[in-house]
Design a protein around this ligand. Sequence first.
Ligand SMILES: *Cc1c(COP(=O)(O)O)cnc(C)c1O
Length: 363
Amino acid sequence: MTRPARAIIDLDALKQNYQLAASTAPTSKTMAIIKANAYGHGMVEIAKALHELTPAFGVATIDEAIQLRKAGIEKPILSLQGAFSEQEIKAAVKHFLWLTIENNKQVQELINCDIGTPLSIWLKVDTGMHRLGISPNEAIDVYKKLRSSSNVNNDIVVSTHFACADELNNNFTEQQIKALTELNTILNAPISFANSPGILGWENSHADWNRAGFMLYGNSPFKESHPIADRLTPVMTMLSSIISIKNIKKGDGVGYGHIWKAGRDSTIATVTVGYGDGYPRQAASGTPVYVNNQRASLVGRVSMDMLTIDITGLENIKIGDEVELWGKNISVNEVATYSNTSGYEVLTRRTTRIPNTYIESGN
Ligand SMILES: *Cc1c(COP(=O)(O)O)cnc(C)c1O
């Protein structure tokens, strides 16, 4: 037997979520974004599970793309940050990758590089995120320059990325859509705007290509309830078990620093999972967990390898019982809210100490 802390990854839920993304934008192609180890779900396994469904994958870096090629993934793979050097451009050629071009250094390096075979390019335009991208007033010149280079395939996709699309009342998304749409009246290129909140919340942003990340893993990118996002199914269930139970007196403190003190005589259960596994140390007392079909609350500070929960008054709980930290009963977004972060971060920062187990739930 091994330590009970583990993550169950439901590949059928993943496929359903992909299909929801695709059917929400039926005239767009939906690229599966699997960067950062597929948001903690295991990049190669997720790529294999989605291989029949998605026309292409998106990752952050060339290194991630090469890892996928080495695992036998043959679909097109877009590197969302592009090449950091001439050497990476050559690696992109060798591994048949699609490259983002987002600054003038990348433009020059690509044009000057001796590669022999033209590459497929996504030209990224900065419509207001101000992180990556060519500014709209330079974009036409850059586009023409790339088009006339023998290192570039003709079908350049023009893309942009949203800054505030998860805020459904924030008009900035419409401004970004307008900026690229106007530019594209001149370029007439295939275009791409939408990430998960774009796909779910901004129909105007559905274009030739959409880029679905977070929603594939079954969680809503929105704070509010949302008719489509609420139909997503969480893919990851983070589980561990109770390894100790003790009764304490009203006023007793629990864990490091005694940051939580019992307001009544209490029963405390210790679970073998902690921040060394990627459970957020910032999680506040009151963060929900799920045990024996009931909610219970985290109390005290999360330790490296353990955390403590208040099971006072709950029925039939014993050492060995399974605890869901997040999954189908407790959403990762709820844990994130109690931890002052986003569900994206909670999923991504799990450590390799937690093994992923892949299942097909058949649901
Ligand atoms: C990560 C990323 C996405 C996916 O965003 P989600 O909100 O996770 O769907 C899409 N496009 C780019 C450029 C990204 O970096």
